[in-house]
Ligand binder design. Sequence first.
Ligand code: P6P
Length: 335
Amino acid sequence: RENALAQPVGTTLERYIMRNQAEFAFATGELSQLLRDIALAGKIVNREVNRAGLTSIIGAMGQQNVQGETQQKLDVEANIRFIRALTNGGEACAVLSEEEDDMIHTGNCQGKYVVAIDPLDGSSNIDVNISIGTIFSIYRRVTPVGQEATREDFLQGGRQQVAAGYILYGSSTMLVYTTGHGVVGFTYENSLGEFFLSHPNITIPATGNVFSCNEGYWFDYPQYVRDFLMQCKEKTMSGRYVGSLVADYHRNLFTGGIYLYPPTRKTPQGKLRLLYEGYPLAFLIEQAGGEAMTGEEKVLDIVPTEYHQRAPLYIGSPELVNSLLACAGKAQAAP
Ligand code: P6P
């Protein structure tokens, strides 16, 4: 991390990657290129997101989106952008997207990586101008280069990720990622079209004053979750829930706090997806000094079986996650 810490705030993503190329994860150059491709798609999606509100006006002026078709829903548009950027970049042999049932083969059979991605999470929030995000998770393929990727490339388990991160399209647009050497944040300067290093070494406070969950599901929640939430309220902690995972996660990463998506009657395994939400956010939070649990185990230790499987998610400051688990322990121990 000393190399990253030595890099001045304000250096560009490009220069940051080049300077770290020799240091670690980027040694071969392919992962560097993969991150550049993701950043490029993020810039394009950022522009689309910022114009979303104007689409109808633009449509009225006869302009169409880049595909020359009627304006797509933004999550569909984002999916196309990320798959195209990863295909053109050449480093990813396959992409697993929240928007696609099966993996997308990019045709880059020489590519050494596969990418699981939620191109635009929380897209229902776009229409009401709330922050949204892209979440990505990167693995080195385990199948031989030169062949098409297979299921096992994507079902390696969370601890095999070589990089993970998110792009938050918020009051400012940020790219936050890890390659296993801490968490780094870049802020986008629209007028220059560049990501600039703004947070060289992001760590989450050990505890915090925020809990984030949809209390509408209160009567669905396991008893231990209700016990924990009652403790939070007795301590007059703040309930903060945007309803957009990347926005809630990012805020808690900086202020300290815990985000909870417990099992509900509608979603007995929780609503959030493991491969492109749970795993990447869990990798990031552990790199930032936090915890990510399902109530039963660490998220990163779950053995994956399905591309789009769900998992409960309790993630954030370690002291808050451990307090929740203590409630689970008491509940289990209770006669
Ligand atoms: P609920 C958005 O649809 C999302 O996937 C996450 O971004 C968000 O945290 C969660 O679902 C909100 O779900 O059930 O509280 O509306």
